[in-house]
Ligand binder design. Sequence first.
Ligand SMILES: *Cc1c(COP(=O)(O)O)cnc(C)c1O
Length: 398
Amino acid sequence: MTKTPSDRSKLGARTRLVHAGRDPNEQHGFVNTPIYRGSTVLYGTYDDLVNRRNRYTYGTKGTPTTEALELAWTEISGAAGSVLAPSGLAAVTLALTTCLKAGDHLLMTDSVYGPTRIFCDTVLQRFGVETTYYDPTVGADIEALVRSNTTAIFTEAPGSQSFEVQDVPAIANVAHRHGAAVLMDNTWATPLFFSPHDHGVDLAIEAGTKYLSGGSDLLLGMVSANGRWFKPLRRTFDAIAMCAGPEDVFLALRGLRTMELRLREHERNGLEMARWLATRSEVSRVLHPALENHPGHAIWQRDFKGSSGLFSVILEPFSTKAVAAMLDGLELFGMGYSWGGFESLVVPFDCSSIRTATCWNPEGPALRFHIGLEDVEDLKRDLEAGFSRLRSADSAPL
Ligand SMILES: *Cc1c(COP(=O)(O)O)cnc(C)c1O
């Protein structure tokens, strides 16, 4: 049997990921907590039942499997506690419903993950919450948008698809002076590359579907909260009972142990591909916060410990037909939504009809890349062939 390290705060990230949420002594010596499936939990006596003395009370409230991941995520995030949700989007809606009520005002970053926006504009609106979108680069100037009924400010850094870096501590400072909660979708960086609660975030959201899984084989979300917000979060979770599936949680625990290693490889491969793309004549701009010429680079360098494998490029003004020729012939890059798995992906995107607080009007078509764990030389060859299809479909850029 192994011992549990007593003072985890001194341990490095990789050591913590290996040990977090794991106690082989409770599993007959087996290294991993197995998949507990269950609704009913039996109580030994009348007294145990009426006073809910069991450690586990009912399937929706938690099992040893879900508790293992909650504990691990809390530790990795530097939070007071966390809850799991059946998808990243479910984690977003759980965090929002924890801090909002009818009559409240929500400040939402304009570059938020698209489906979060839909939730605000439909469900939250129906329940009497008004959303104002703000320029993601607003920083401390967000103060001008705060109203007496602003109860939450939602951040996401870098922004979905367009990769604006947000000054989260500056926004949090304003929010807390006005008594508003700070939420952050931290899926891109994960707590390994951005420590949300150390930067003033009250409720941090992660789509476990992405890098925690690492395999494009599950759907999961996590919300971690600081001491002020954990109880309201847990109460909302218990009331909504949006619980994650046991097999997905088990797979996520497996992904957790290697997450740092994988992220560092995604970072290395991603940076190499981003720098290479920046040298290509077909590419006008690369939107990657770790590149020195990115507008948010200084803030990224101040607040983040690394970059993951997701970034975008703006091409020179090629036609849609040429972009289709480029993408259709790719052999290694897949086309599809989500990201964070071992495989490289590309999707075209256009935010012009979505954004309301900022203007999205780039000089050419936009592509979002997720760089996987393949050999980068192979990825470059795949894209090189794609670029020749792009050029020959449009014999000359407009
Ligand atoms: C993918 C993603 C989500 C949603 O995760 P799902 O598990 O697919 O619902 C939320 N936020 C961000 C930033 C994402 O990339």
